[in-house]
Design a protein around this ligand. Structure first.
Ligand code: NAD
Length: 471
């Protein structure tokens, strides 16, 4: 099928590469001319596993890039809108990018087309897009608007797209439902997964083929907001439990294990830390609350979910202060800038917010992140932050080391080397990447989240055997 994707960000670019991988002819449009030039020249602007391989495989064959939305729309049976929906100062979603794209699609439509919202949008956006497209069409033309929310996570975006827990299609007409089912058919029939060169399944437990959920457009829009709000709530919940663990001397890792083994709850997302961030949860929780408000329902729970999240970061800052006594003039090594491991995205990253707070308190920061340093350099320009080439360089002569992002490599550090590099063997781990007893044995003062802070294990004094006669 001929597919256009408008927006070449984390969602649009991954969707473009993956639809091409499924065998469709894809044209990806963006109004950022630099981005399109870079993509056309073979660059990969975001850090995502398997994305470079897929782009190399399909660019110039089943996948092309354009700055012209007209070109993309006029040649396509299905047009996805995958542009940003950032928050307004009031907390609801800013839909001006979606509206601008809908307007332009309207101007260009010449054949029956299915227009699909892939961006995360409030309920009733399908209806609004439909109205804007119709108002701007030059001549009466048939089209449908559907919702196909995206559930990919940055860092594992390609495998999330190709091996999703579910595909949700929200349509209000049979015709568009059939077309979108055909689009995903290589996945829902299982055919894609039998191909010898298919991207491999990320785990043995993924459901193949993925289930398809067909709903009304309103339900699909709500599914996305409700899912993200629930996930954010799960993290805030376990963070609140972690705080109680700290107060009573319990270990939240043990609590999570005991709670998560209940299959109604599950282990996933019971990961205490310094809070959620990123380009989705903060804005989607706010937007969902605004949607509720607009329909006359006060979803106060979501306010609390955000409050706990903000407080979590402040608690960690207090923990740093308590551990180091005073902050002024301290040199702190920071591991992690991205909002989570596996991505270069620093939008709403708790790590960036903490660095700003610490810098305000006159700390000097030596930071390292495997993928997010270029973006962070721009974001933190002018602040007392140096960027290092390894965790050990960051740790060199530092008063303490902070772990702020859950990159796998930060959980596998050479601990003796780290201890030798630091001025004082103090680690504050906002992501609970190490067992506390291991860190104590390795000679660290180790503070984490929801677990007792441990001090270096004292090596027993050498026992001296005195031989000879007692006097
Ligand atoms: P992004 O900021 O990375 O990308 C958006 C792209 O849209 C940019 O490249 C921008 O230049 C382009 N754009 C904006 N206006 C345009 C226009 N008029 N014409 C053409 N291109 C235009 O955003 P993203 O992270 O990919 O998110 C896109 C949407 O998907 C958002 O609604 C987001 O909530 C949702 N979403 C994101 C994720 C995620 O993990 N990032 C996951 C699921 C859903």
């Amino acid at each position: 099928m001929r597919v256009a994707i408008v927006g070449s960000g984390y969602v649009g670019l991954v969707a473009s590469a993956c639809f091409a991988e499924l065998g469709h002819e894809v044209i990806c449009a963006d109004n950022d001319a630099e981005k399109i030039a870079a993509l056309t020249a073979g660059e990969v602007p975001i850090h995502e596993e398997f994305l470079p391989e897929l782009l190399a495989r399909h660019r110039g064959r089943h996948l092309s890039f354009t700055g012209s939305l007209a070109e993309a729309v006029r040649n396509s049976e299905v047009v996805f809108i995958a542009v940003g929906t950032p928050p307004t100062p009031q907390g609801d979603a800013d839909l001006s990018y979606v509206e601008a794209v809908a307007r332009e699609i309207g101007l260009q439509l010449n054949n029956y087309t299915v227009i699909v919202e892939k961006s995360t949008v409030p309920v009733f956006t399908c209806q609004r897009v439909r109205r804007v497209v119709a108002m701007n069409a030059n001549a009466p033309v048939e089209f449908d608007v559907a919702s196909n929310p995206e559930f990919l996570r940055e860092g594992t975006a390609v495998t999330d797209f190709l091996y999703p827990d579910r595909i949700v299609i929200g349509t209000d007409t049979e015709r568009s439902a059939r077309i979108l089912q055909r689009l995903y058919e290589p996945m829902t029939s299982g055919a894609y997964y039998g191909r010898p060169n298919a991207i491999a399944s990320p785990s043995a437990s993924v459901r193949i083929p993925p289930p398809l959920v067909i709903t009304s457009s309103q339900s699909a829009e709500l599914i996305k907001h409700a899912s993200n709000a629930f996930l954010a709530m799960k993290i805030s919940f376990i963070n609140a439990v972690a705080n109680i663990c700290e107060a009573v001397g319990a270990d939240v890792t043990q609590v999570c294990q005991g709670v998560g083994l209940d299959t109604r709850i599950g282990q996933r997302f019971l990961r205490p830390g310094i809070g959620w961030g990123g380009s989705c949860f903060p804005k989607d929780v706010m937007a969902f609350r605004a949607v509720a408000q607009e329909c006359g329902y006060d979803f106060g729970l979501l306010h609390e979910v955000t409050r706990i999240n903000d407080e979590q970061r402040n608690r960690f800052l207090r923990k740093i202060r308590n551990t180091l006594w005073t902050l002024k003039g301290k040199r702190l090594a920071v591991l992690g800038l991205a909002f989570k491991g596996g991505t270069d995205d620093i939008r709403e990253s708790p790590a960036i917010a903490l660095i700003r707070d610490l810098e305000q308190e006159s700390c000097a920061i030596a930071a390292y992140d495997p993928a997010a340093m270029d973006r962070a350099r721009v974001e933190l320009e002018g602040l007392n932050v140096t960027f290092c080439t390894s965790p050990y360089e960051a740790a060199h002569d530092a008063d303490a080391l902070l772990i702020l992002t859950d990159w796998d490599e930060f959980g596998a550090l050479d601990l003796p080397r780290l201890r030798n590099a630091l001025k004082y063997p103090i680690v504050l781990d906002g992501r609970n990447l190490y067992p506390t007893d291991l860190m104590a044995e390795q000679g660290f003062t180790y503070a984490s989240v929801g677990r007792p802070t441990v001090a270096p294990v004292q090596k027993p004094l050498l026992s001296v055997t005195v031989t000879g006669k007692a006097q």
